[in-house]
Design a protein around this ligand. Structure first.
Ligand SMILES: O=C(O)CCC(=O)C(=O)O
Ligand SMILES: [Fe+2]
Length: 332
């Protein structure tokens, strides 16, 4: 089996359009993949490929704006809002500054956390497109949560989607600028160091540059992000056209009492350049969509994930408090 194939490829069509039994089969396949790898490639996910390509084009146009324009909608330095533009060097993971810039937006229907948009004169149509794409991603998250609820045989009243009203969802346009390959190789610069995501599910659309990797379980003596970075083995998550990568975040791992893996991942030098090139690592664009439960949600082992013989491993935790704490920690 090649490295890439070891990340399961799931066809979602049978969940979206199939019979009751088909839906059960897909739900079990996702359950098994999240238990073993924590990452999947999802195809026939219902989001049109042209729309995804178009969203990447918007990302390129946004990041091509001048710093002055982008800084007009800078994320507030007082940490009052997790929206807007974040420049290169504004985020860190374990003291490593990430060489990336981002534009974050959230639920367009949420008044408490208003989005920050470039003006229509500067980027006409951008806001409408981002709002539309946000809704499509939210819908896919809900369908995936339905699949996971099916896998756990949760009664409809307990289904996971109901805790995901999207107020803590974040869609990020990401741009990793081109830089000398040596800077990445020597470790003086990093795109994103080993980490795991905070929320429940992440949808990850990536361009064809590559560089995303996941840690292999059992390959480090300490199975933390820092431990894997130091001595772990990583597998490439090669871009696969027509698919979106989906992975499990910390809160879903905890909600499932450790059943689903919150796999550590990172973005490094893309494989094509390991043996030379012009010495520059090309720019990379990606669009992660981070889902998290509504702030008031109490995350505690779900029915079916614990029993007398399999006790609850963690205390109940408030989703809002946890996400706030983690977000504060990545600001420089
Ligand atoms: O850009 C990528 O491919 C990964 C991004 C990521 O892991 C993150 O933002 O949490
Ligand atoms: Fe991540």
């Amino acid at each position: 089996m090649s490295e890439e194939q070891s990340i399961p490829l799931i066809d979602f069509d049978k969940f979206l359009n199939g019979s009751h039994d088909d839906r059960k089969d897909v739900a079990s396949a996702i359950d098994a993949a999240f238990r073993s790898v924590g990452f999947i490639y999802l195809r026939n996910h219902g989001i049109d490929g042209d729309k995804i390509d178009h969203c990447f084009r918007w990302g390129k146009r946004f990041f091509a704006l001048s710093d002055t324009e982008k800084n007009l909608i800078r994320r507030p330095p007082d940490r009052s809002l997790y929206r807007g533009y974040v420049g290169v060097g504004c985020e860190k993971v374990r003291k490593h500054i990430c060489i990336k810039e981002s534009f974050d937006s959230g639920n367009p229907d949420e008044d408490a956390q208003p989005n920050l948009w470039p003006s229509e004169e500067v980027l006409p149509g951008f806001r409408d497109y981002m709002e539309m794409f946000f809704q499509e991603c939210s819908m896919l998250v809900h369908q995936l949560l339905d699949a996971l609820s099916t896998a756990l045989n949760l009664p409809p009243a307990d289904s996971l989607a109901q805790y995901h009203g999207a107020s803590l969802f974040t869609m990020s346009l990401l741009h990793y600028p081109a830089l000398p390959a040596e800077d990445l190789r020597s470790g003086t610069h990093t795109r994103i160091p080993a980490h795991s995501d905070f929320g429940t599910l992440t949808l990850l659309f990536q361009d064809d540059v590559g560089g995303l990797e996941i840690a292999e379980p059992g390959s480090a003596s300490t199975e933390t992000s820092a431990g894997f970075e130091k001595e772990g083995r990583f597998r490439k998550v090669k871009p696969m056209p027509g698919t979106v990568v989906v992975n499990v975040g910390y809160l879903l791992m905890r909600w499932s009492n450790g059943r689903w893996r919150n796999t550590v991942h990172r973005v490094v030098e893309p494989p094509e350049l390991e043996s030379g090139g012009d010495g520059m690592t090309p720019a990379r664009y990606s669009i992660p969509f981070f889902a998290a439960p509504d702030p008031a949600t109490v995350v505690e082992a779900l029915p079916g994930c614990w029993s007398e013989g399999l006790p609850k491993r963690w205390k109940a935790i408030s989703a809002g408090d946890y996400i706030r704490r983690k977000k504060l920690a990545v600001y420089v």
